[in-house]
Design a protein around this ligand. Structure first.
Ligand code: ADP
Ligand code: MG
Length: 268
């Protein structure tokens, strides 16, 4: 019937940048929430040992029994780790500090770059979700490589500051290498400029430089620096639930529209 014809073909998006503090986790949490508000089925996969995405969704550390660590090592099925988040329609695979040992453990395993891809495809996530967002750690470790191999595309949050472009070229080179050997269809989903401060000339300058360098890979929506966005995680809530009217929440709603629009254009 019709239901079978409209079977989902979800997108797996790695949110990656080897620099810490650029807005990966904030983007994973709030983009996912805005997508869920737009009636999409979304899964956030926390692949950072810091577990900030899990905390940001209000999942207590004590409640994280089966985690992304077990999933990537093949010790558990995604569904065993899957938890409801504080957001309806949004699932979470949490992480704990255990995951910090995974890099060393993965190094000795066969198919070490393909572990996450294997686990996600066993769970048929593309048929069950519209979007799976993988929140990557701040490194180009085996964890991040696993995410880039499992993903259809990579989204890069870029903080509008002086060294932003320097780190970006290393990331782009890594993406090229992954494409050349491990995942030929990995696309660049887009670059999101974060923590934009319009009162700061440097912010404007960096945004202009990034657009000149990457053209339409850069999303039009820029995420402003907004204190409500930084307060939300300590309340265990996405900014969109903490204060949906603040400028940061509104920007993530706009970003979600842009991401969904590009996804429809790609699928058409
Ligand atoms: P990453 O995951 O790349 O390490 P985070 O998303 O954790 O980065 O963001 C780093 C810090 O900056 C966090 O304290 C977060 O709350 C804050 N932050 C992120 N985006 C914004 C924003 N738009 N406005 C204000 N603070 C932000
Ligand atoms: Mg993070």
């Amino acid at each position: 019937g019709r239901d079978q014809q409209t079977r989902k073909s979800g997108q797996i998006i790695a949110i990656a940048n080897q620099k810490g503090g650029v807005g990966k986790t904030t983007t994973a949490i709030n983009l996912a929430t805005a997508m869920a508000a737009a009636k999409k089925k979304v899964l956030v996969f926390d692949l950072d040992p810091q577990g900030n995405a899990s905390t940001g969704f209000g999942v207590d550390r004590a409640a994280r029994e089966i985690t992304s660590y077990d999933v990537i090592l093949g010790a558990a099925h995604v569904d065993d780790a899957l938890m409801d988040s504080s957001v309806p329609g949004l699932g979470l695979v949490p992480s704990t500090v255990d995951l910090s040992g995974a890099d060393v453990e993965l190094a000795d395993l066969p198919q070490r770059n393909f572990r996450l891809r294997e686990s996600l495809s066993t769970a048929k996530l593309r048929e069950r979700y519209d979007f799976v967002l993988i929140d990557c750690p701040p490194s180009l470790s085996l964890l991040t490589i696993n995410a880039l191999v499992a993903a259809d595309s990579v989204m890069v949050p870029l903080q509008c500051e002086f060294f932003a472009l320097e780190g970006l070229s290393l990331l782009l080179k890594t993406i090229e290498q992954v494409r050349a050997s491990l995942n030929p269809r990995l696309a660049i989903n887009g670059v999101v400029l974060t923590m934009f401060d319009r009162r700061n000339n440097l912010s404007e300058q960096v945004a202009d430089d990034v657009r000149a360098y990457l053209g339409d890979k850069v999303y039009n929506t820029m995420i402003p620096r907004n204190v409500r966005v930084s307060e939300a995680p300590s309340h265990g809530k996405p900014a969109l639930l903490y204060d949906h009217r603040c400028s940061g929440s509104q920007a993530y709603i706009k970003l979600a529209r842009e991401v969904l629009g590009r996804d429809r254009a790609r699928a058409a």
